[in-house]
Design a protein around this ligand. Structure first.
Ligand code: GLV
Length: 389
């Protein structure tokens, strides 16, 4: 059993274990990957303020996320094709999150279906919705999520068309993998992954196959998005989706103050400052740079969460100090899943909690509600002086 000390250790094992096309799918940004890289490197520009001689007993990371108790202010983001990183991936990740006590978000583009995850896990999970041209299908997705007792609907606003990730095109990404000389050569080196995959029936997009009509290629994320996603999605439609759902809602994919204000008018339970992990608009600012302006504008009206670039408990702490009520992690837990299934997701969560706990303590804080902006040192020009004209 390898000694895992940080998220990067899990990433290295994930890379060795999973087929190249799925590791690359996880580890890609769009076009030049500038935003993908800066999501991570911008966290390094923020420093933490060391404080001493503060009683460190009675520490806790417990909090509430959209009104529900959580072990720490971290949620698992929706990640497409999670069940290709490891057999039954969505079920395993949801189980790990449930046992740990943090929310799990199931993607519309999952391999395990909504019903399958609900039947095979104990805790309610959040469902992430992509809106489709076929309104009946979108309505059915919402009804299915209600029937599965999902505890929040996460509406993604930044992916009505798919940003280009070069590696996915070059690798011929599909679920299940199409057998070509290149993919066979790679799969032949991934026997542990292959053996587990042979033992599961879950190898297709479970929310689509058998549920959506008129799909020409059910194995390709890119042809599905091009053909099916609704390019007319606007704020009026978002309001209608929220009404159809009728429960807790999180609006995900906000990176601009004006959009944050429009979103807050709809009174969601939270918004997520996000650039989709740098996978959509290459050249956009990192999420952490946009956090403070958005919190300043709408933090009094709605909870502001953040994703994109979080790889450690220190990153979570910085985001909380800058006003986020929760940090959503995607790649950080997918590395764990790809490395060692449910145990790897648990390990990823433990690593982050330990880092958060010790960093909080060394900043002189015992509880989440004591975290405030004064524990960070932020460069004066961190947000930058950008001109729109
Ligand atoms: C889908 O959500 C993707 O980013 O690939």
């Amino acid at each position: 059993m390898p000694v895992i000390t940080c998220i990067d250790d899990l990433k290295k094992i994930h890379e060795r274990r999973a087929p190249r096309m799925f590791f690359d799918y996880c580890e890609s940004g769009s076009w030049t990957e500038q935003t993908f890289r800066e999501n991570v490197t911008d966290y390094d520009k923020i420093r933490l303020r060391q404080r001493v001689a503060v009683d460190m007993t009675g520490r806790s990371q417990k909090t509430q996320i959209i009104g529900t108790d959580a072990t720490m202010p971290v949620a698992l983001s929706p990640v497409g094709m999670t069940g290709m990183q490891h057999a039954d991936g969505e079920i395993l990740a949801a189980r790990a999150a449930g046992k740990f006590g943090v929310p799990y978000t199931l993607s519309t583009m999952s391999i395990c279906s909504i019903e399958d995850v609900a039947e095979n896990t104990e805790k309610p999970f959040w469902f992430q919705l992509y809106t489709m041209k076929d309104m009946d299908y979108t309505k059915r997705l919402i009804e299915r999520a209600k029937a599965a007792n999902c505890s929040a609907l996460v509406i993604t606003l930044d992916l009505q068309i798919l940003g280009q990730r070069h590696k996915d095109l070059k690798n011929g990404l599909s679920a299940p993998p199409e057998l070509t000389p290149k993919s066979i050569a790679n799969l032949a080196t991934k026997w542990a992954w292959g053996l587990e995959m042979l033992q599961t029936k879950r190898r297709h997009f479970g929310n689509i196959v058998g549920h959506a009509k008129g799909v020409t290629d059910t194995s390709s994320l890119s042809s599905w998005t091009t053909e099916q996603f609704d390019p007319t999605l606007d704020w009026g439609k978002v309001a209608k989706l929220m009404e159809m759902w009728g429960g807790k809602v999180i609006l995900k994919g906000i990176l601009d103050v004006e959009d944050a204000k429009r979103a807050a008018e709809l009174e969601p339970d939270a918004i997520v400052v996000s650039n989709h992990g740098g996978r959509q608009l290459d050249g956009a600012l990192s999420s952490i740079r946009m956090l403070r302006p958005i919190v300043d504008a709408v933090g009094h009206k709605t909870d502001v969460h953040i994703d994109s670039g979080i790889r450690s408990g220190q990153d979570v702490l910085k985001a909380l100090a800058m006003g986020a009520k929760a940090a959503h992690i995607g790649r950080a837990y997918i590395y764990g899943l790809g490395a060692m299934g449910e145990a790897g997701v648990k390990t990823a969560l433990e690593v982050i909690q330990k880092e958060l706990d010790i960093s909080m303590a060394l900043c002189g804080r015992q509880t989440i509600d004591q975290i405030d902006p004064s524990i960070t040192l932020i460069p004066e020009d961190f947000e930058g002086r950008w001109h729109t004209t």
